[in-house]
Design a binder for this molecule. Structure first.
Ligand SMILES: NC(=O)c1ccc[n+]([C@@H]2O[C@H](COP(=O)([O-])OP(=O)(O)OC[C@H]3O[C@@H](n4cnc5c(N)ncnc54)[C@H](O)[C@@H]3O)[C@@H](O)[C@H]2O)c1
Length: 425
């Protein structure tokens, strides 16, 4: 046997031993998951994770081995958490870089120590419309956190706001070990995530969504965005948060119109992947379904799609149901319309006539519009400016029945005809 063969044989033996130990470890992890579930404890335990990673420093004589092992351990902790979440039915998003937890906890803002490690220099980003108590709760929990607020609303999702946020990070001496926490709706999440992804080429980002729309949809998936000259999300990044914490208590202060706005995005999720949720909207009072149920079910649909296609090269386009025309309407109508309302209108022409007839009564219950008072040409112009448009055409998502969708490429004229079905000018 040559030296090389001997070394390979040794590695094979070690690998079999590691596999045997790994199976044993998974059994132990399963035991921990079951204990935590029975005792109502959260899967994540930041202090234990830190201690585990720190213990590596002393375990190796060779610092190079220690560095590799630390990386391995980090990935292992991520996988172990995913396994525990899969056993407990919790939400977890597996990404190429390990993944992140989505915690749904009523009153979670009052117990952030359960979910977030402390002692990290933190900038809490929010807007002036988010009740200040939520922002203060997040800031008070983190030692020496600062708060950055920008004026509320889509009209402030601009490069100017982004520049201010980056300047705050820079002037405040934030470094690569610092953290950004977003507390707010989809606008805050998109802007804070974008700033975190750009600053020093990326610092930790935690998302605490406080609108229903952000809780059922925008808080997962890792898309950040900023509008440019009226074009929705004209630039942005794919940047996953390290954790999402959803406190449904925050919805108590959200106006009913914004609740309906979030339910519109949940309805979209139901259309593409949860026929049972669709029927709950159809047969009962959508406002009567518990927030926790709507959020969990809608996020499950989104997570399954996002995990299969992180960067929107194929399947993830399904999440754009209603968004092509919806975004066109949002841009053409200016500031008066909410995102979910535009998506609701945008969904109608891309659903089959039968499904459309089922959607209209649901919209009536939710107080969602069926059409928009804007010019078809204007909407079309924005649609063709969309990132997804190519060679004068665009791929639309069509839905025939709840849970059944397909992709159809349409040219400019067909798109105009679809838009004309739902605009009144
Ligand atoms: N990244 C994604 O995947 C994704 C997905 C969908 C939508 N979006 C983006 O999300 C944005 C829309 O998000 P939105 O509907 O949450 O709007 P928003 O962020 O503008 O929030 C709506 C309003 O509610 C206020 N608010 C927030 N939380 C509140 C609370 N708990 N109580 C009272 N008021 C509160 C805000 O200050 C704001 O005035 C759009 O810019 C859209 O492009 C992003």
């Amino acid at each position: 046997m040559t030296e090389l063969e001997k070394a390979r044989k040794e590695i094979n033996l070690i690998d079999s031993e590691i596999a045997r130990l790994f199976a044993k470890r998974m059994d132990a992890v399963r035991g921990v998951a079951e204990y935590k579930k029975t005792h109502g404890l959260p899967v994540c335990d930041p202090l234990r994770e830190e201690a585990l990673l720190a213990s590596v420093e002393g375990a190796f004589d060779d610092p190079v081995y220690a560095k590799y092992y630390r990386e391995l351990l980090k990935k292992e902790i991520g996988l172990s958490k995913a396994f525990q979440h899969s056993l407990s039915g919790d939400l977890y998003v597996n990404t190429g870089n390990g993944g992140y937890e989505v915690v749904i906890a009523r009153g979670g803002l009052d117990g952030l120590d359960k979910y977030l490690p402390n002692g990290i220099k933190t900038l809490v980003i929010s807007d002036e419309g988010v009740p200040s108590e939520y922002v203060k709760k997040a800031a008070q929990y983190c030692d020496n956190a600062e708060i950055a607020l920008f004026p509320q609303g889509e009209k402030n999702k601009t490069p100017e706001t982004l520049k201010c946020l980056l300047q705050t990070l820079s002037k405040g001496g934030y470094d690569r070990a610092s953290r950004v926490i977003a507390v707010g709706g989809g606008v805050v999440g998109d802007m804070a995530g974008l700033a975190a992804s750009l600053y020093m080429r990326g610092i930790e980002f935690v998302n605490i969504p406080t609108t229903l729309l952000a809780q059922v949809d925008s808080c997962v998936g890792g898309k950040t965005g900023c509008d440019l000259d009226g074009v929705k999300n004209a630039f942005g990044t794919f940047y996953a948060p390290s954790k999402v914490i959803i406190d449904t208590e925050t919805l108590q202060t959200l106006p009913r119109r914004h609740i309906a706005n979030g339910l519109a995005e949940a309805l979209k999720a139901a259309l593409i992947g949860d026929p049972e949720l669709f029927e709950a909207f159809e047969n009962g009072d959508p406002f009567g379904i518990s927030y926790e149920t709507v959020i969990r079910r809608a996020l499950k649909v989104k997570i399954s799609v996002v995990e299969a296609d992180e960067k929107e090269s194929g399947l993830r386009r399904a999440l754009n149901l209603g968004h092509t025309i919806g975004h066109g309407i949002e841009s053409a109508c200016g500031g008066g319309w909410l995102h979910g309302e535009c998506v609701a209108v945008g969904m109608l022409p891309v659903c089959s006539p039968g499904l459309r007839a089922r959607l209209i009564p649901i919209y009536a219950k939710l107080g969602l519009p069926e059409s928009a008072a804007c010019r078809a040409d204007e909407v079309l112009r924005y649609c063709l400016n969309d990132k997804k448009a190519k060679d004068g055409g665009i791929i639309t998502v069509r839905c025939d029945n709840p849970g059944e969708y397909r992709f159809v490429r349409v040219g400019e004229e067909k798109l105009r005809a679809l838009i004309k079905q739902v605009v009144t000018e």
